[in-house]
Design a binder for this molecule. Structure first.
Ligand SMILES: [Zn+2]
Length: 109
């Protein structure tokens, strides 16, 4: 199943990023490119958990700031959208996938 999804992602060149509000469902289904955001702290820093777009099923949490890039590295600037999320800079899941999440789509480089 994962192989088919991965093939579909590669064929289309972009992959829809789907927000999964239920963390248990997110962890259960592990749909490539899906994500779950953990509400931010007083500094406006959130955890953005994404399922690797390559289709391997690995979930990785990254630190994102609400419209800013947190000072620690690595971290990303998130546009605070849960429907059309954009992260900058690019996301590099080493050995798996490297690309951009822009306006709700993962696009590999
Ligand atoms: Zn992967």
């Amino acid at each position: 199943m994962g192989d088919l999804k991965a093939a579909a992602a590669k064929a289309s060149g972009s992959l829809r990023a789907i927000n999964i509000v239920d963390f248990d469902a997110f962890k259960k289904h592990r749909h490539p490119g899906s994500y779950h955001v953990v509400p931010g702290d007083a500094r406006g820093e959130w955890f953005f958990c994404y399922c690797c777009p390559c289709g391997c099923g690995v979930i990785a949490p990254i630190t994102v700031g609400a419209n800013f890039k947190p000072p620690q590295s690595p971290s990303w600037n998130w546009n605070v959208s849960t429907t059309e999320p954009t992260l900058t800079p690019s996301v590099h899941h080493k050995g798996h996938w490297h690309g951009w999440l822009t306006d709700g789509y993962w696009r590999s480089v």
